[in-house]
Design a protein around this ligand. Structure first.
Ligand code: MEV
Length: 325
């Protein structure tokens, strides 16, 4: 048997989630929390075994899927990874069994992109079992394809940031991204409502909102795009206060399209009172996680501590520059 390993970072969306699905821009950063995937070949040709340290495990064979751990939840979490593995095998023209072990320090289902990171790292780890490394672009495209099994309208943003890392401006319309050179660091805090969500369901909900409120939606999308443009220049010129204000404005728009949650409001209030310059949902919302911007490292430590004291999981995050490794 042969073995290979790859690791991909989780992410935060600083601006533009949901609207990015419709071709609008978004600003994302990868963070210092990772998913690591170990892959190896096994003798049983038709067998794919996937095991994750968050208590999900299953086995795919010619007779179908069997959950080993985690029951029905295992199936929906593992199907995209199974698709990632078979895509690589088909692309490489290989017939072999594969065993994959996933380890994660990313809280799942709260908008930090753990499923995209798992897809990216799985594609890369399985590829590394064979000769010739595909480009990062190719890996990213395969990961997006497999992510679409659970979230069919994915903008691809999560897989892009997880593959390439850093702080980027992404547009799904252009399928392109640009590195943003921010002046000074960004002191960021993630706080989780503890309410898990399905990205696919939330994106579908926003689509229904759009269908019923077409002109309002277009108007909000335009405002969100404007906020992205302004945020990018605030980052480049190091105007943190402005950036915080823009996060609050972005949050007001997300509230209007129905993806906020009363616990999000509670967390935003806690972060604000602890000195955050701005705070908003990060990712799909509907609960999930909040991202807050602080003026200094000292402030971000205090914000995270206050959120924890109120009973929410919270931690400071650094921007990861490496992406997929
Ligand atoms: C999820 O992390 C981000 C969304 O914009 C969905 C997507 O971009 O595919 C809500």
């Amino acid at each position: 048997t042969k073995g290979g390993r790859a690791s991909a970072p989780a992410k935060v969306i600083l601006f533009g989630e949901h609207f990015v699905v419709y071709g609008n821009p978004a600003i994302l950063a990868s963070i210092n929390r990772r998913i690591t995937v170990d892959a190896r070949t096994i003798d049983k040709e038709d067998k794919i075994v996937i095991r994750s340290d968050i208590g999900l495990a299953g086995e795919y064979s010619s007779s179908g899927f069997k959950a080993i751990e985690g029951g029905t939840e295992a199936r929906s979490a593992l199907d995209p990874l199974h698709s990632a593995i078979t895509q690589v095998l088909v692309a490489r023209g290989k017939r072999t069994g594969i065993k994959v072990a996933i380890s994660s320090d990313v809280p799942p289902g709260i908008g930090l992109g753990s499923s995209a990171a798992a897809c990216v790292a799985t594609v890369a780890a399985v590829n590394s079992l064979f000769q010739k490394k595909p480009s990062r672009h190719k890996i990213c495209e395969m990961a997006i394809e497999s992510e679409r099994l659970i979230h069919k309208n994915s903008s691809g943003a999560d897989c892009y940031i997880s593959t390439f890392g850093g702080l980027i401006h992404y547009s799904s319309k252009a399928k392109g991204f640009k590195e943003i050179r921010s002046k000074g660091g960004l002191a960021l805090v993630v706080a989780s409502t503890g309410v898990r969500h399905s990205t696919g369901d939330l994106v579908a909900g926003v689509m229904r909102f759009k269908e019923r409120n077409e002109s309002l939606f277009q108007n909000l999308a335009k405002q969100a795009a404007d906020i992205c443009t302004q945020a990018q220049s605030a980052m480049v010129s190091g105007r943190r206060d402005k950036l915080g204000t823009l996060m609050n404005e972005n949050q007001a728009i997300l509230r209007q399209i129905g993806v906020s949650h009363y616990k999000v409001d509670d967390l935003i209030d806690i972060c604000g009172k602890a000195g955050a310059l701005g705070a908003k949902i990060t990712g799909a919302g509907g609960g999930g996680a909040v991202i807050a911007l602080a003026a200094t490292k000292q402030d971000s430590a205090r914000i995270a501590a206050r959120a924890r004291a109120a009973g929410y999981e919270s931690f400071e995050v650094e921007i990861d520059r490496k992406g997929l490794i």
